[in-house]
Design a protein around this ligand. Structure first.
Ligand SMILES: *[C@@H]1O[C@H](CO)[C@@H](O)[C@H](O)[C@H]1NC(C)=O
Ligand SMILES: *[C@@H]1O[C@H](CO)[C@@H](O)[C@H](O)[C@H]1NC(C)=O
Ligand SMILES: *[C@@H]1O[C@H](CO)[C@@H](O)[C@H](O)[C@H]1NC(C)=O
Ligand SMILES: *[C@@H]1O[C@H](CO)[C@@H](O)[C@H](O)[C@H]1NC(C)=O
Length: 416
């Protein structure tokens, strides 16, 4: 008893002293003058590499970690979640110089076409970028010629990064699912890539990728996926090659710093979007399905640990048969043990008017029983490149028996 008491006392003393020290030397928050961080000028950078996604054989770099009951009956393997640790190399050959790794997940988040939710970090080990990372959260419609995914953040030399990456399929053997690097379709030389940038500009009037940080950095990244994917064979994705092209005489093949003025940037705009999201968790035509859970999930009042993949319709009006303006594709998981608090990672893929083909990436917390929930927009593609903003979600109707819900969304986004 006495010993226990002594122990308790000493623990208390330790706790108290920790608190005192903390109070003196640490703050939870304080405001700094930006100049105290010696912000340098923004930089625009361009990286180029190949991405190898190996799902078969003895040494896969991509493994399936979760799926829904209906995944194997779905033409798009809706619900499958794959964890990756994929090498990034300087050249298309897997044996060429390793410049980093892509680590994270991709998941089939689309019921009718091949659309992956990608959430990954590029962790670089090449030259001055060794130890720096870039975070990507976006939608990858692997069968489209060029897919654009937002870069939503970075660390090290890439602090405060934002931008986008472009992925393009090179070659693919439908028999084996192997991606083949065809020498005739190797990345174009400098002049072509510069032309490519120019063409993007003319079409979209938008620009690439920027950072501002102590090592302020302005960067963009173009990569080509050779995503060996056909619909039915998502499982046989053998190889994803990302070739990020830029071969300037002066730079190495991997990276290049460009002058920000070399690309025209239109003025920043603030846009407001308004639509309704239909989350159908019940019945045969469910648009939201459970793909993973913990052993204790079903005993938890909040279903803590349940992970749901969804492909929800976005409509102009609350009625499900009103005009379809896009889809919300991604995952939500119950991440709170005491109240209903979801961790949400999703892409809005729009198909309405000029926004057709553009996406917004959302990552946030959704306390579904609060009247208004706010979640950050952390990136965008197409017309929403460099998107930053927030969404407000408000339950319009919910069927308490089935859990099916219609949610009203107001979106506020800054973009170029
Ligand atoms: C990316 O890295 C950050 C920081 O290390 C980590 O918190 C995050 O979970 C990673 N994301 C993925 C998808 O791996
Ligand atoms: C998929 O297509 C079928 C038939 O075309 C349609 O009934 C269904 O609503 C679509 N589902 C989604 C999620 O787009
Ligand atoms: C990258 O940094 C790590 C840790 O600092 C070091 O061990 C490694 O050799 C470096 N790699 C390269 C290619 O510079
Ligand atoms: C592709 O190019 C490499 C050298 O760049 C060469 O070794 C290889 O034989 C070529 N392959 C084909 C199929 O032409």
């Amino acid at each position: 008893m006495v010993t226990t008491f002594r122990k308790l006392i000493s623990v208390l003393l330790i706790l108290i002293s920790l608190t005192l020290v903390t109070a003196k030397s640490r703050h939870f928050s304080r405001t700094l003058s930006p100049s105290s961080q010696k912000l340098r000028k923004e930089k625009l950078s361009h990286l180029h590499f190949y991405f190898h996604d190996i799902v078969s054989g003895k040494n896969p770099t991509a493994v399936r970690v979760a799926q829904a009951a209906m995944t194997n009956h779905s033409p798009t393997l809706f619900g499958v979640v794959v964890m990756i640790d994929d090498p990034l190399t300087m050249e298309p050959e897997p044996s060429s110089k390793l410049v980093g790794r892509a680590q994270g997940i991709y998941a089939s988040a689309s019921q009718n076409e091949t659309g992956l939710l990608m959430a990954m970090n590029f962790s670089f080990m090449e030259g001055k970028y060794n130890g720096s990372t870039l975070s990507v959260l976006g939608r990858n419609a692997v069968l489209s010629t060029v897919r654009e995914m937002p870069i939503v953040g970075g660390s090290g030399l890439f602090r405060f990064a934002r931008g986008y990456a472009q992925a393009k399929t090179h070659a693919f053997d439908p028999k084996t699912g192997d991606a083949v690097v065809d020498n005739t379709s190797r990345p174009p030389p400098t002049t072509q890539i510069l032309h490519y940038i120019g063409r993007q500009d003319q079409n979209q009037n938008h620009l690439y990728f920027f950072f501002s940080s102590p090592q302020t950095h302005f960067a963009f990244l173009i990569f080509f996926f050779t995503m060996a994917t056909t619909f039915p064979k998502l499982t046989s994705i053998l190889h994803i090659l990302i070739s990020i092209t830029l071969v300037a005489a002066k730079s190495d093949r991997f990276s290049k710093t460009l002058s920000p003025s070399s690309v025209k940037l239109s003025k920043q705009k603030l846009s407001h979007l308004h639509f309704y999201l239909h989350d159908k968790v019940s019945g045969q035509n469910a648009t939201a399905v459970r793909v993973a859970q913990a052993t204790m999930t079903n005993q938890s009042p909040t279903f803590f640990g349940a992970v749901i993949m969804f492909d929800d319709a976005l409509t102009m009006e609350p009625e499900r048969n009103s005009k379809l303006v896009g889809r919300a594709q991604g995952m939500y998981g119950s991440a709170s043990q005491t109240e209903t608090g979801l961790a949400v990672v999703m892409n809005f893929a729009f198909m309405e008017g000029k926004y057709n083909g553009s996406t917004l990436s959302v990552m946030g917390r959704n306390a579904v029983f609060s009247t208004v929930r706010e979640m950050p927009i952390i990136g965008g593609s197409g017309l929403f490149r460099f998107g930053r903003g927030y969404v407000q979600a408000k339950t319009h109707t919910i069927d308490l028996k089935t859990g099916d819900a219609v949610v009203e969304y107001n979106v506020y986004v800054f973009h170029y």
